[in-house]
Design a protein around this ligand. Structure first.
Ligand code: COA
Length: 322
Protein backbone atom coordinates (compact mmCIF):
# COMPACT_ATOMS: atom_id res chain seq x y z
CA UNK A 1 0.00 0.00 0.00
CA UNK A 2 1.21 3.54 -0.75
CA UNK A 3 0.70 5.51 2.47
CA UNK A 4 0.98 9.03 1.19
CA UNK A 5 0.75 8.94 -2.60
CA UNK A 6 2.58 11.71 -4.47
CA UNK A 7 1.62 13.42 -7.72
CA UNK A 8 4.01 11.01 -9.48
CA UNK A 9 2.15 8.04 -8.00
CA UNK A 10 -1.11 9.47 -9.31
CA UNK A 11 0.36 10.05 -12.79
CA UNK A 12 1.44 6.42 -12.83
CA UNK A 13 -1.94 5.19 -11.61
CA UNK A 14 -3.75 7.28 -14.20
CA UNK A 15 -1.52 5.94 -16.97
CA UNK A 16 -2.26 2.33 -15.93
CA UNK A 17 -5.98 3.12 -15.70
CA UNK A 18 -5.90 4.66 -19.19
CA UNK A 19 -4.27 1.52 -20.64
CA UNK A 20 -6.87 -0.70 -18.95
CA UNK A 21 -9.77 1.39 -20.26
CA UNK A 22 -8.34 1.50 -23.79
CA UNK A 23 -8.49 -2.30 -23.90
CA UNK A 24 -12.26 -2.03 -24.24
CA UNK A 25 -12.65 1.59 -25.41
CA UNK A 26 -9.86 2.09 -27.98
CA UNK A 27 -8.97 5.74 -28.51
CA UNK A 28 -10.36 6.81 -25.14
CA UNK A 29 -8.68 10.11 -24.10
CA UNK A 30 -6.20 9.70 -21.23
CA UNK A 31 -7.32 10.14 -17.65
CA UNK A 32 -5.18 12.99 -16.25
CA UNK A 33 -3.15 12.34 -13.10
CA UNK A 34 -4.86 15.35 -11.53
CA UNK A 35 -8.21 13.54 -11.71
CA UNK A 36 -6.80 10.42 -10.06
CA UNK A 37 -5.22 12.60 -7.35
CA UNK A 38 -8.46 14.47 -6.72
CA UNK A 39 -10.47 11.24 -6.61
CA UNK A 40 -8.25 9.82 -3.87
CA UNK A 41 -7.30 12.93 -1.92
CA UNK A 42 -10.86 14.27 -1.84
CA UNK A 43 -12.66 10.93 -1.37
CA UNK A 44 -15.46 11.17 1.20
CA UNK A 45 -14.15 10.81 4.76
CA UNK A 46 -16.52 7.86 5.24
CA UNK A 47 -15.40 6.13 2.02
CA UNK A 48 -11.62 6.53 1.83
CA UNK A 49 -9.63 5.10 -1.08
CA UNK A 50 -6.37 3.23 -0.49
CA UNK A 51 -3.73 3.07 -3.21
CA UNK A 52 -1.85 -0.19 -3.77
CA UNK A 53 1.02 -0.40 -6.26
CA UNK A 54 2.96 -3.27 -7.75
CA UNK A 55 6.05 -1.60 -9.21
CA UNK A 56 5.25 0.49 -12.29
CA UNK A 57 2.99 -2.03 -13.99
CA UNK A 58 0.17 -2.83 -11.59
CA UNK A 59 -2.08 -0.82 -9.31
CA UNK A 60 -5.30 -1.01 -7.33
CA UNK A 61 -7.64 1.52 -5.76
CA UNK A 62 -9.54 0.11 -2.82
CA UNK A 63 -12.53 1.68 -1.08
CA UNK A 64 -12.91 0.85 2.61
CA UNK A 65 -16.16 2.58 3.51
CA UNK A 66 -16.91 3.23 7.16
CA UNK A 67 -20.61 3.90 6.75
CA UNK A 68 -23.04 2.04 9.00
CA UNK A 69 -23.80 -0.65 6.44
CA UNK A 70 -21.56 -2.70 4.15
CA UNK A 71 -18.61 -2.56 6.52
CA UNK A 72 -17.92 -6.18 5.60
CA UNK A 73 -17.01 -5.16 2.05
CA UNK A 74 -13.84 -3.75 0.45
CA UNK A 75 -14.18 -2.61 -3.19
CA UNK A 76 -11.31 -2.76 -5.61
CA UNK A 77 -12.55 -0.18 -8.11
CA UNK A 78 -9.41 -0.71 -10.12
CA UNK A 79 -7.14 -3.73 -9.92
CA UNK A 80 -5.08 -4.17 -13.03
CA UNK A 81 -1.79 -4.85 -14.71
CA UNK A 82 -0.54 -3.20 -17.91
CA UNK A 83 -1.17 -5.55 -20.85
CA UNK A 84 2.58 -5.63 -21.60
CA UNK A 85 3.36 -6.99 -18.12
CA UNK A 86 0.81 -9.78 -17.74
CA UNK A 87 1.28 -13.45 -16.88
CA UNK A 88 4.27 -12.73 -14.64
CA UNK A 89 2.44 -13.02 -11.34
CA UNK A 90 1.98 -9.26 -10.83
CA UNK A 91 -1.81 -9.55 -10.76
CA UNK A 92 -1.64 -12.32 -8.17
CA UNK A 93 0.72 -10.28 -5.98
CA UNK A 94 -1.56 -7.26 -6.26
CA UNK A 95 -4.67 -9.28 -5.46
CA UNK A 96 -3.00 -10.79 -2.40
CA UNK A 97 -1.87 -7.37 -1.19
CA UNK A 98 -5.41 -6.03 -1.59
CA UNK A 99 -6.87 -9.02 0.25
CA UNK A 100 -4.38 -8.51 3.09
CA UNK A 101 -5.30 -4.86 3.29
CA UNK A 102 -9.00 -5.77 3.43
CA UNK A 103 -8.37 -8.42 6.09
CA UNK A 104 -6.34 -6.02 8.26
CA UNK A 105 -9.29 -3.64 8.06
CA UNK A 106 -11.67 -6.34 9.29
CA UNK A 107 -13.44 -6.92 5.95
CA UNK A 108 -14.75 -10.34 5.00
CA UNK A 109 -15.60 -9.75 1.33
CA UNK A 110 -13.64 -8.18 -1.52
CA UNK A 111 -15.43 -7.05 -4.68
CA UNK A 112 -13.42 -6.60 -7.87
CA UNK A 113 -14.48 -5.92 -11.45
CA UNK A 114 -13.70 -7.41 -14.86
CA UNK A 115 -14.81 -6.62 -18.39
CA UNK A 116 -17.39 -9.07 -19.73
CA UNK A 117 -15.82 -11.04 -22.57
CA UNK A 118 -12.30 -10.77 -21.09
CA UNK A 119 -11.88 -14.51 -20.54
CA UNK A 120 -8.34 -14.09 -19.20
CA UNK A 121 -9.51 -11.82 -16.39
CA UNK A 122 -12.40 -14.19 -15.64
CA UNK A 123 -9.94 -17.14 -15.42
CA UNK A 124 -7.79 -15.08 -13.09
CA UNK A 125 -10.79 -14.41 -10.82
CA UNK A 126 -11.93 -18.04 -10.81
CA UNK A 127 -8.40 -19.16 -9.92
CA UNK A 128 -8.32 -16.61 -7.10
CA UNK A 129 -11.57 -18.05 -5.68
CA UNK A 130 -13.96 -15.38 -6.99
CA UNK A 131 -17.70 -15.87 -7.42
CA UNK A 132 -19.38 -14.11 -10.38
CA UNK A 133 -21.88 -11.47 -9.25
CA UNK A 134 -23.73 -8.51 -10.79
CA UNK A 135 -23.24 -7.41 -14.42
CA UNK A 136 -23.31 -3.66 -14.88
CA UNK A 137 -23.48 -1.80 -18.20
CA UNK A 138 -21.47 1.34 -18.78
CA UNK A 139 -23.76 3.21 -21.16
CA UNK A 140 -22.78 6.29 -23.10
CA UNK A 141 -24.72 8.84 -25.08
CA UNK A 142 -23.42 11.26 -27.72
CA UNK A 143 -24.71 14.66 -26.65
CA UNK A 144 -24.98 15.94 -30.23
CA UNK A 145 -27.40 13.10 -30.98
CA UNK A 146 -29.83 13.93 -28.15
CA UNK A 147 -33.35 14.41 -29.50
CA UNK A 148 -34.25 17.89 -28.31
CA UNK A 149 -37.92 17.58 -29.40
CA UNK A 150 -38.39 14.29 -27.53
CA UNK A 151 -36.81 15.71 -24.37
CA UNK A 152 -39.08 18.75 -24.58
CA UNK A 153 -42.08 16.41 -24.98
CA UNK A 154 -41.07 14.61 -21.79
CA UNK A 155 -41.01 17.93 -19.95
CA UNK A 156 -44.31 19.07 -21.49
CA UNK A 157 -45.96 15.80 -20.42
CA UNK A 158 -45.16 16.37 -16.74
CA UNK A 159 -48.12 18.62 -15.82
CA UNK A 160 -50.50 15.76 -16.76
CA UNK A 161 -48.45 12.63 -16.05
CA UNK A 162 -46.99 14.02 -12.82
CA UNK A 163 -49.79 16.37 -11.76
CA UNK A 164 -49.25 17.46 -8.16
CA UNK A 165 -45.45 17.42 -8.34
CA UNK A 166 -43.16 20.46 -8.70
CA UNK A 167 -39.58 20.80 -9.78
CA UNK A 168 -36.85 21.68 -7.26
CA UNK A 169 -33.38 22.26 -8.65
CA UNK A 170 -30.02 23.50 -7.42
CA UNK A 171 -26.39 23.52 -8.50
CA UNK A 172 -23.41 22.59 -6.36
CA UNK A 173 -23.70 21.71 -2.66
CA UNK A 174 -27.01 20.49 -1.28
CA UNK A 175 -28.59 23.45 0.55
CA UNK A 176 -28.88 22.76 4.30
CA UNK A 177 -32.67 22.97 4.25
CA UNK A 178 -32.86 20.25 1.57
CA UNK A 179 -30.31 17.86 3.04
CA UNK A 180 -32.69 15.59 4.95
CA UNK A 181 -35.04 15.54 1.93
CA UNK A 182 -32.16 14.42 -0.27
CA UNK A 183 -31.24 11.73 2.27
CA UNK A 184 -34.87 10.54 2.10
CA UNK A 185 -35.08 10.37 -1.68
CA UNK A 186 -31.63 8.72 -1.91
CA UNK A 187 -33.27 5.58 -0.47
CA UNK A 188 -34.76 5.09 -3.93
CA UNK A 189 -31.28 4.10 -5.10
CA UNK A 190 -31.45 0.97 -2.91
CA UNK A 191 -34.00 -0.49 -5.33
CA UNK A 192 -31.40 -0.50 -8.11
CA UNK A 193 -29.88 -3.99 -8.41
CA UNK A 194 -26.59 -4.37 -6.55
CA UNK A 195 -24.12 -7.21 -5.99
CA UNK A 196 -25.62 -10.05 -3.93
CA UNK A 197 -22.93 -9.68 -1.27
CA UNK A 198 -23.98 -6.09 -0.54
CA UNK A 199 -26.63 -4.76 1.82
CA UNK A 200 -28.61 -1.55 1.39
CA UNK A 201 -26.68 1.62 2.13
CA UNK A 202 -27.49 3.85 5.07
CA UNK A 203 -28.69 7.24 3.79
CA UNK A 204 -28.52 10.02 6.36
CA UNK A 205 -27.95 13.76 6.09
CA UNK A 206 -24.34 13.11 7.15
CA UNK A 207 -23.64 10.46 4.48
CA UNK A 208 -25.23 12.59 1.77
CA UNK A 209 -23.28 15.68 2.84
CA UNK A 210 -20.03 13.69 2.79
CA UNK A 211 -20.65 12.21 -0.68
CA UNK A 212 -21.95 15.36 -2.34
CA UNK A 213 -19.25 17.63 -0.92
CA UNK A 214 -16.56 15.12 -1.93
CA UNK A 215 -17.79 15.26 -5.53
CA UNK A 216 -17.40 19.05 -5.49
CA UNK A 217 -13.91 18.80 -3.98
CA UNK A 218 -13.00 16.21 -6.64
CA UNK A 219 -13.71 18.82 -9.31
CA UNK A 220 -17.26 18.10 -10.43
CA UNK A 221 -20.00 20.62 -11.03
CA UNK A 222 -23.26 19.06 -9.84
CA UNK A 223 -26.68 19.77 -11.32
CA UNK A 224 -29.48 18.34 -9.21
CA UNK A 225 -33.11 18.23 -10.32
CA UNK A 226 -35.78 16.81 -8.01
CA UNK A 227 -39.58 16.48 -7.96
CA UNK A 228 -41.47 17.44 -4.83
CA UNK A 229 -44.85 15.84 -4.06
CA UNK A 230 -46.88 18.96 -3.33
CA UNK A 231 -49.45 17.28 -1.06
CA UNK A 232 -46.91 15.83 1.40
CA UNK A 233 -43.86 17.99 0.71
CA UNK A 234 -41.80 14.84 0.20
CA UNK A 235 -39.07 14.70 -2.46
CA UNK A 236 -40.36 11.93 -4.72
CA UNK A 237 -37.42 11.60 -7.08
CA UNK A 238 -34.13 13.17 -8.07
CA UNK A 239 -31.47 13.04 -10.75
CA UNK A 240 -27.91 14.37 -10.61
CA UNK A 241 -25.63 15.20 -13.51
CA UNK A 242 -21.94 15.60 -12.67
CA UNK A 243 -19.78 17.63 -15.04
CA UNK A 244 -16.22 16.35 -14.94
CA UNK A 245 -13.74 19.19 -14.32
CA UNK A 246 -10.72 17.15 -15.44
CA UNK A 247 -12.06 15.53 -18.60
CA UNK A 248 -14.12 18.47 -19.74
CA UNK A 249 -15.80 16.52 -22.56
CA UNK A 250 -17.54 14.23 -20.08
CA UNK A 251 -20.70 14.40 -17.97
CA UNK A 252 -21.52 11.57 -15.58
CA UNK A 253 -25.12 10.69 -14.82
CA UNK A 254 -25.48 9.72 -11.16
CA UNK A 255 -28.38 8.97 -8.87
CA UNK A 256 -31.59 8.93 -10.84
CA UNK A 257 -34.15 7.51 -8.42
CA UNK A 258 -37.88 7.78 -7.75
CA UNK A 259 -39.30 6.41 -4.47
CA UNK A 260 -41.51 3.37 -5.09
CA UNK A 261 -44.70 5.10 -3.93
CA UNK A 262 -44.26 7.79 -6.61
CA UNK A 263 -43.37 5.61 -9.59
CA UNK A 264 -45.32 5.24 -12.85
CA UNK A 265 -45.78 8.99 -13.38
CA UNK A 266 -42.92 9.58 -15.82
CA UNK A 267 -41.00 11.49 -13.14
CA UNK A 268 -37.69 9.80 -13.95
CA UNK A 269 -37.71 10.77 -17.62
CA UNK A 270 -38.93 14.29 -16.78
CA UNK A 271 -35.98 14.90 -14.45
CA UNK A 272 -33.43 13.49 -16.89
CA UNK A 273 -34.86 15.57 -19.73
CA UNK A 274 -34.47 18.79 -17.74
CA UNK A 275 -30.75 18.22 -17.17
CA UNK A 276 -30.09 16.93 -20.70
CA UNK A 277 -31.72 19.95 -22.37
CA UNK A 278 -29.76 22.26 -20.10
CA UNK A 279 -26.55 20.48 -21.06
CA UNK A 280 -27.34 21.05 -24.75
CA UNK A 281 -27.97 24.74 -24.13
CA UNK A 282 -25.18 25.58 -21.70
CA UNK A 283 -22.22 23.23 -22.09
CA UNK A 284 -21.32 22.76 -25.77
CA UNK A 285 -17.87 21.43 -24.82
CA UNK A 286 -19.42 18.29 -23.30
CA UNK A 287 -19.70 15.60 -25.97
CA UNK A 288 -20.52 12.51 -23.92
CA UNK A 289 -22.74 11.50 -21.02
CA UNK A 290 -21.98 8.21 -19.31
CA UNK A 291 -23.85 6.22 -16.73
CA UNK A 292 -23.69 2.81 -15.08
CA UNK A 293 -26.78 0.64 -14.97
CA UNK A 294 -27.20 -2.93 -13.81
CA UNK A 295 -27.94 -5.08 -16.86
CA UNK A 296 -31.17 -6.16 -15.10
CA UNK A 297 -32.42 -2.61 -14.40
CA UNK A 298 -35.14 -2.55 -17.08
CA UNK A 299 -36.98 0.67 -16.05
CA UNK A 300 -33.78 2.77 -16.05
CA UNK A 301 -32.46 1.19 -19.24
CA UNK A 302 -35.74 1.90 -21.05
CA UNK A 303 -35.41 5.64 -20.41
CA UNK A 304 -31.68 5.64 -21.19
CA UNK A 305 -32.10 3.76 -24.46
CA UNK A 306 -34.81 6.18 -25.55
CA UNK A 307 -32.45 9.08 -24.82
CA UNK A 308 -29.77 7.49 -27.01
CA UNK A 309 -27.55 5.81 -24.41
CA UNK A 310 -25.84 2.74 -25.86
CA UNK A 311 -23.76 0.01 -24.29
CA UNK A 312 -20.06 1.00 -24.23
CA UNK A 313 -18.88 -1.97 -22.17
CA UNK A 314 -20.29 -4.48 -19.70
CA UNK A 315 -18.54 -5.11 -16.38
CA UNK A 316 -18.92 -7.99 -13.97
CA UNK A 317 -18.45 -7.76 -10.22
CA UNK A 318 -16.69 -10.74 -8.57
CA UNK A 319 -16.92 -11.49 -4.86
CA UNK A 320 -13.95 -12.97 -2.97
CA UNK A 321 -13.85 -14.18 0.60
CA UNK A 322 -11.09 -12.34 2.40
C1 COA B 1 -6.64 -9.99 -14.43
C2 COA B 1 -5.22 -9.40 -14.38
C3 COA B 1 -5.14 -8.49 -13.15
C4 COA B 1 -4.21 -10.54 -14.25
O1 COA B 1 -2.92 -9.99 -14.10
P1 COA B 1 -1.60 -10.89 -14.38
O2 COA B 1 -0.46 -10.20 -13.77
O3 COA B 1 -1.51 -11.21 -15.81
O4 COA B 1 -1.98 -12.21 -13.56
P2 COA B 1 -0.99 -13.39 -13.07
O5 COA B 1 0.24 -13.42 -13.91
O6 COA B 1 -0.79 -13.24 -11.60
O7 COA B 1 -1.89 -14.66 -13.37
C5 COA B 1 -2.24 -15.62 -12.39
C6 COA B 1 -3.04 -16.74 -13.03
O8 COA B 1 -4.34 -16.24 -13.43
C7 COA B 1 -4.74 -16.94 -14.64
N1 COA B 1 -4.72 -16.00 -15.77
C8 COA B 1 -4.30 -14.73 -15.78
N2 COA B 1 -4.46 -14.20 -17.01
C9 COA B 1 -4.99 -15.15 -17.79
C10 COA B 1 -5.35 -15.23 -19.16
N3 COA B 1 -5.21 -14.17 -19.98
N4 COA B 1 -5.87 -16.36 -19.63
C11 COA B 1 -6.02 -17.44 -18.83
N5 COA B 1 -5.67 -17.44 -17.51
C12 COA B 1 -5.17 -16.32 -17.00
C13 COA B 1 -3.65 -17.99 -14.88
O9 COA B 1 -4.05 -19.15 -14.16
C14 COA B 1 -2.44 -17.34 -14.26
O10 COA B 1 -1.45 -18.24 -13.90
P3 COA B 1 -0.38 -18.76 -15.03
O11 COA B 1 0.14 -17.56 -15.75
O12 COA B 1 0.67 -19.47 -14.22
O13 COA B 1 -1.15 -19.67 -15.94
C15 COA B 1 -4.89 -8.61 -15.69
O14 COA B 1 -5.19 -9.45 -16.79
C16 COA B 1 -5.65 -7.33 -15.84
O15 COA B 1 -5.18 -6.28 -15.40
N6 COA B 1 -6.84 -7.35 -16.49
C17 COA B 1 -7.65 -6.14 -16.67
C18 COA B 1 -8.23 -5.66 -15.34
C19 COA B 1 -9.02 -6.75 -14.64
O16 COA B 1 -9.81 -7.43 -15.24
N7 COA B 1 -8.79 -6.90 -13.34
C20 COA B 1 -9.37 -8.01 -12.59
C21 COA B 1 -9.70 -7.59 -11.22
S1 COA B 1 -9.91 -9.01 -10.18
Amino acid sequence: MVDDPTDDDFELLASIETELVREFLPGEPAMPGSEMAAMVRSAPANAPLAVVRAGVDGAALVELATRETNQHVAWAWTLGVRPSARRRGIGTALHEAVRDLAARDGRTTLIAITTEGDDGAASFCVRAGGRPDLVEHLNRCVVAELDRAMLQDWIDLAPQAAAGYSLVSFDGPVPDDLLSDIAGVAKAMDDAPKPEVMDDWDHTPATERAEQDAWLAQGYDIWTVAARHDATGELAGYSQLLLNGHRRWLAEQQNTGVLARHRGKRIGQWLKAVNALRLLDERPEITTIETGNAASNAPMLRINHQMGFRLAVAHRAWAFDV
